[in-house]
Design a binder for this molecule. Structure first.
Ligand code: 5GP
Length: 187
């Protein structure tokens, strides 16, 4: 899909291009490959937002990793977090004794990842790290949340694309852009 697509008309601006994403994801994959040398981590994709990032990231990691999937909901269709996290789909495999890497689309308040971190530590993960495509540090509420790997720090704006949605749309945009407020402020 190119930028003449109608979907792009709903963006105020492109924040991160597909080329920038591709470079960073490759770099992150190489870093994780080095950090986990000799180990076999399980990468957990947090559905649905992280799905596009996840599929690119795992292919950039040269390790005998395994994959699992979890679905949670914290937003509904609004653009502000509800602060309430619901588990919609659990992992298929136990993670007892495993080196776990949570792969998330974006860290905002940190409430979602804090919840997930606690759940997975309670289940006996040997180690746990967090990889996020985007971080909005200005909006963090959970101050001591450690995000080990971040591709891009972004300003406080509502973004879509590369897996991130508004009301389930725009996930298939190859770039990340700021959604025009006119779209979500419609009566
Ligand atoms: P937190 O719990 O850190 O406040 O929120 C994390 C979740 O909120 C993300 O996984 C994502 O689903 C959603 N979120 C936060 N900021 C944005 C944004 O700018 N755009 C989109 N599409 N989702 C966001």
């Amino acid at each position: 899909m190119n930028e003449n697509s109608k979907l792009y008309e709903d963006l105020d601006r492109i924040l991160v291009t597909r080329e920038e994403i591709s470079l960073k994801v490759q770099e992150l994959g190489e870093r994780i490959t080095r950090d986990y040398e000799g180990r076999s981590p399980v990468l957990i994709c947090i559905l649905k937002g992280a799905c596009v990032f996840f599929t690119d990231l795992v292919r950039a990691i040269d390790l005998p990793l395994t994959m699992d999937f979890m679905a949670i909901s914290s937003y509904g269709s609004a653009t502000k977090t509800s602060g309430v996290v619901r588990l919609l789909k659990d992992l298929d495999e136990p993670i007892l004794g495993r080196d776990v890497i949570i792969v998330e689309d974006i860290v905002d308040s940190g409430v979602t990842l804090n919840f997930l971190r606690q759940v997975l530590i309670q289940r006996g993960a040997a180690s746990l790290k967090i990889a996020a495509l985007l971080d909005k540090p200005a909006r963090r509420k959970i101050k001591d949340l450690k995000v080990d790997y971040v591709c891009f720090d972004i300003p406080d704006a509502f973004v879509v694309g590369y897996g991130l949605d508004y009301d389930q749309r725009y996930r298939n945009l190859p770039d990340i852009g700021v959604l025009s407020p006119a779209i979500y402020e419609k009566p």
